[in-house]
Design a protein around this ligand. Structure first.
Ligand code: NAD
Ligand code: DAU
Length: 343
């Protein structure tokens, strides 16, 4: 393994992974392949752009020609697929791009992995494929996705398994929990609430705020993918959790306290349709490979809050563009009919 195609590498986790791998493996070449959708951003990679071991290709994973061209041009031996439509709320507004990228795009990459006889195809997946759970989900549990986003990701996982079984493509899958850290697009709850709080704008909390997510710091997520790439067993799935399950209200409180902002900023707004109450992962399988999360909940959130406070240049640019239109569509009416909530 030495020439990696990191699809979706201009997004949040993919760009952190590209940086992590370039630093850790001085003989690896990292080729980021990304369509640059609204969520893709070359600012995320500007500190690695001058590395002679880094290249960027703008392309769509749904295009076999573009994918195969990049594999040929850069002698790729491994694909790590981060490319996806990733925001649950957007999948409720319109699921079309989710089906194309998360399902058809995954199929196109698997076909390329088969045709070129690649050493490994690694799929980045999510705890959301297990659906709302009342106890930690394990790798062999049934997939019961409940949002269009989660259903598209689960379909991608099924296709990966089919290519392993039928075509013997050497695949692995990681299913990770809610990830936080630098360069996350400010539509996801943590960067949205941090940046709104920094601008003294309301924090729109869905429903009662008692939903549970398991928080994972982005470098822990990257290390887990690295461990599975190098030590994971082909054909297997590995859960990657942060061991940090918290209610959403606890996330809000920590953000407000750290930034010394008033709890009056929090608004209770109409809930997400089909909102999953809890995600939770059993991580014993990946622990057997020697990985465990390094960051506590407070550590992960605090590092993230400080990064956004110190890097306003990065998110203020994003929030002044097309983002405003999305924000009005998603939150305009919700905020006009919101209520105060004590957190
Ligand atoms: P992101 O939205 O920040 O980035 C996605 C990237 O994919 C963007 O750069 C975008 O331009 C690119 N992309 C989208 N469609 C593409 C296409 N058709 N062809 C090529 N590139 C395309 O996403 P993220 O939060 O970094 O998530 C990365 C992966 O991790 C996704 O597969 C997601 O499902 C998974 N995941 C995310 C989390 C999380 O909490 N963020 C947790 C578990 C799993
Ligand atoms: O669990 C892994 C998943 O985590 C990833 O697969 C997804 O790509 C990623 O987007 C994330 O999905 P969630 O739906 O859990 O993340 P989000 O940040 O959208 O929401 C987290 C929680 O916060 C959820 O319970 C909904 C709530 N929320 C979210 C937003 C955007 C709010 O209360 N208000 C908001 O404005």
């Amino acid at each position: 393994m030495k020439n990696l195609l990191v699809t979706g590498g201009a997004g949040f986790i993919g760009s952190n992974f590209a940086r992590y791998m370039l630093e850790k493996y001085p003989h690896y070449k990292i080729v980021v392949f990304d369509k640059l959708t609204y969520a893709g951003n070359l600012d995320n990679l500007r500190d690695v752009a001058s590395s002679p071991r880094y290249a960027f290709v703008q392309g769509d994973i749904c295009s076999a020609d573009e994918v195969q061209g990049a594999i040929r041009a850069h002698a790729i031996d491994t694909i790590v697929n981060f490319a996806a439509e990733t925001h649950v709320d957007r999948s409720i507004l319109d699921a079309d791009a989710f089906l194309r990228t998360n399902v058809v795009g995954t199929f196109v990459l698997l076909e390329a992995a088969k045709q070129f006889g690649l050493e490994r195809y690694h799929q980045i997946s999510t705890d959301e494929v297990y659906g709302w759970v009342d106890k930690p989900a394990h790798e062999d549990d049934p997939l019961i996705p409940r949002s269009p986003y989660a259903a598209a990701k689960a379909s991608g996982d099924l296709m990966v398994n089919a290519y392993y079984v039928t075509h013997h493509v050497p695949t692995t899958i990681t299913r990770a929990s809610n990830t936080v850290g630098p360069y996350q697009y400010p539509e996801k709850v943590v960067p949205l609430f941090i940046t709104n709080a920094l601008e003294n704008e309301p924090l729109p909390l869905y429903g009662d705020g008692k939903q549970i997510r398991d928080w994972l710091y982005v470098t822990d997520h990257c290390e887990a993918v690295d461990v599975v790439l190098h030590q994971g067993k082909v054909g297997e799935v590995y859960n990657v959790g942060g061991d940090n399950e918290r209610h959403n209200v606890e996330v809000v409180k920590l953000i407000l306290d750290t930034l010394d902002k008033s709890p009056d900023l929090v608004r209770r707004v109409a809930d997400r349709s089909g909102h999953d109450r809890r995600y939770s992962l059993g991580i014993e399988k990946i622990e057997q490979l020697g990985w465990k999360p390094r960051h506590s909940f407070e550590g992960a959130l605090t590092e993230t809050i400080h990064w956004y406070a110190e890097n306003k240049w990065w998110w203020q640019k994003i929030k002044s563009g097309d983002y405003r239109e999305y924000y009005e569509r998603q939150y305009g009416e919700r905020l006009r009919t919101s209520e105060a909530i004590t957190v």
